[in-house]
Design a protein around this ligand. Structure first.
Ligand SMILES: NC(=O)c1ccc[n+]([C@@H]2O[C@H](COP(=O)([O-])OP(=O)(O)OC[C@H]3O[C@@H](n4cnc5c(N)ncnc54)[C@H](OP(=O)(O)O)[C@@H]3O)[C@@H](O)[C@H]2O)c1
Length: 286
């Protein structure tokens, strides 16, 4: 008979095995982690890299733009930079080998790199943006997680963080492939968490609209959460013990809980109209 126990956070019954050495331990150390942050050269990735660095973690930031990475790492001795295009499967494999060789203490992976494109589905179109979104936002995290899983599973304190979006729960109709890519990664994270239970913690970070350069004009778009306020709130949630399974700031609950609270259709309509207004207003100001 397998020995059974209870998952502390979900309350679900789980089958214990020899690898569950961390059962009952805090999921993410409060400092002293070695974190790989994809997309760490700008926006949310950069802001979180700085927060984690400030509390004593070592952070490797990765992305395509060397200059952006170097700027994000400037003056911070425990932030290291690596150029990586997560769309390139061979590069992801080579990168993972090199990063593990350079940083054998690597124990936290943040799959944060992503792109967002607006798309008009009402007539035949070029699918370049849709295909790139799938390659970067879905295949990127799947490939990088795969390339690092044997290393992470051997660590006593490993964590994988999947960055999804409030739009995984209620789509932004103007960004259909993006919204679908985040819904896919939400689902993938659920399976990953169950398969890795007791061996590697899997956390889903679900941002609301945040003022970054993810889309043109978004860094100043009214109604979006200021980046520093978001990064501070997320850093505080990561300090909770045990680390929450889902990192949710208050601003994203409107989307995250819409279906659960029986207001999906209404929220979809409100979001569609509000987002169009915010983009128009932002475009007028810029
Ligand atoms: N801001 C929001 O409102 C919001 C809301 C929900 C979720 N998110 C998610 O949060 C994450 C970070 O976005 P952000 O808002 O911080 O926007 P951002 O500033 O544009 O950051 C995206 C990062 O991803 C990197 N990246 C893009 N394609 C890449 C590739 N092929 N290979 C490696 N790195 C790549 C970019 O660096 P390079 O260009 O140098 O490669 C950039 O640093 C994304 O996954 C996004 O979907 C953002």
């Amino acid at each position: 008979m397998p020995e059974t126990g209870m998952d502390e956070r979900s309350g679900a019954a789980i089958i214990l095995n020899r690898n569950m050495v961390r059962h009952g331990a805090p999921p993410m150390k409060a400092s002293g982690n070695t974190i790989l942050m994809t997309g760490g050269g700008s926006g949310i990735g950069e802001a979180l890299a700085h927060r984690f660095h400030d509390r004593g973690d070592t952070v490797i930031i990765a992305g395509r733009r060397k200059d952006a990475l170097e700027q994000a790492a400037a003056g911070r001795e425990r932030i290291h930079t690596r150029v990586l295009d997560v769309e390139d499967a061979a590069a992801v494999e080579a990168f993972a080998k090199a990063v593990v060789a350079d940083f054998p203490s690597l124990n936290v992976l943040f799959n944060n790199a992503g792109i967002m494109k607006f798309e008009d589905l009402t007539s035949r179109r070029d699918l370049t943006d849709a295909e790139a979104t799938i390659a970067i936002n879905i295949l990127g995290p799947i490939r990088l997680t795969n390339a690092l899983i044997d290393h992470l599973i051997g660590r006593p304190d490993a964590v994988i963080v999947m960055i999804t979006s409030g739009l995984a729960y209620v789509p932004l109709v103007a960004a259909p492939t993006y919204s679908a890519s985040k819904a896919a990664i939400h689902s993938y994270a659920v399976s990953l968490r169950m398969q890795l239970a007791g061996r590697v913690e899997v956390i889903e970070l679900v941002p609301p609209g945040v003022q970054t350069d993810l889309t043109p004009g978004q860094a100043h778009r009214p109604g979006y959460m200021p980046l520093d306020a978001f990064a501070d709130a997320v850093a505080a949630l990561f300090l909770e013990q045990p680390t929450p399974r889902d990192i949710l700031v208050e601003e994203v609950q409107f989307l995250r809980q819409a279906e659960r609270e029986g207001r999906f259709d209404e929220t979809l309509k409100t979001l569609t109209e509000r987002a169009a207004r915010q983009r128009e207003e932002g475009n007028r100001r810029s």
